[in-house]
Design a protein. Structure first.
Length: 267
């Protein structure tokens, strides 16, 4: 969803692990829900299965989202896609039968939807377990048919750099720190996107300018989103997809009405 306000430019909402507040995170229901609410930007997390297939899940340990013991790294993809990822601690049995998706399953949602962008975060645990070359080769192979709609992101700067070399895809670096050392690195890399937790940003002032676009997470407050917009941020990543989209649309309406009222008073 792109919401235009009185300030220059729109706010682009990125569905963080899909509509992860209302559905199990990183699942097909979460992504289809976000798309049905009008969002055009999705974010997901990728690990490799034991047989090197990219699967969509945040933690390589299965317990939190599935209730199943063990690690993604210990099981082949054929077994992983049979495991429920219904987050029983949050949703009980409501989403029973929702499986761990493969990356290629989520890419199928982009077919016929050229307006949708998918941010694919390569997790550091997989990079450490399998090595950069194997992880990037397997992920980029899956993404290649939809490369014009995909952005590879990671906390791991070497992975971002290698993705740019290998894939011809847009890339984004997820910052751990907003400081001069990080600035030197990303000014050298020139990524298309910089992601950062809003709590790691300085309290005020415009963010560093460059050819990159800032994407700030995890934001579930419309006033915070608007304040970030004023500082040069145009991408807001949120799990609270429905309330954020509703609130920002309301703010858009208020801004439009305020503008019309000022115009009427001036004539």
């Amino acid at each position: 969803m792109d919401v235009r306000l009185s300030q220059p430019g729109p706010i682009h909402l990125i569905a963080h692990r899909g509509n992860a507040r209302d559905c199990p995170e990183n699942t097909i229901p979460a992504f289809t829900s976000a798309l049905s609410l009008g969002l055009r930007h999705l974010e997901l997390d990728v690990h490799l299965s034991s047989d090197g297939v990219p699967v969509v899940i945040h933690d390589h340990q299965l317990r939190r989202t599935t209730g199943h013991g063990g690690s993604v790294f210990e099981l082949p993809a054929q077994q992983l896609v049979q495991i429920d990822a219904h987050e029983p601690q949050r949703f009980g049995e409501r989403f029973r039968g929702t499986r761990i998706p493969l990356l290629q399953d989520v890419l199928a949602l982009l077919e016929g939807r050229p307006e949708v962008t998918l941010f694919v975060e390569i997790k550091r645990a997989s990079l450490a377990h399998f090595g950069h070359e194997q992880v990037l080769a397997r992920v980029l192979e899956v993404l290649y048919p939809a490369r014009s709609q995909c952005v590879v992101i990671s906390f791991d700067l070497a992975a971002v750099y290698r993705a740019r070399q290998l894939g011809g895809l847009a890339v984004g670096w997820v910052l751990t720190d907003y400081d001069a050392h990080a600035r030197l690195k990303y000014e050298a890399l020139q990524p298309e996107f910089l992601f950062c937790d809003h709590t790691r940003l300085p309290a005020r002032g415009a963010l560093w300018r460059g050819p990159w676009r800032w994407a700030i997470y995890e934001v579930d407050s419309p006033p915070l989103a608007l304040s970030l917009l004023a500082r040069g941020v145009h991408y807001i990543e949120t799990m609270a997809v429905y309330p954020m989209s509703e609130a920002l649309q309301a703010a858009q309406g208020g801004a439009a009405q305020g503008g019309a009222a000022r115009s009427s008073q001036s004539t």
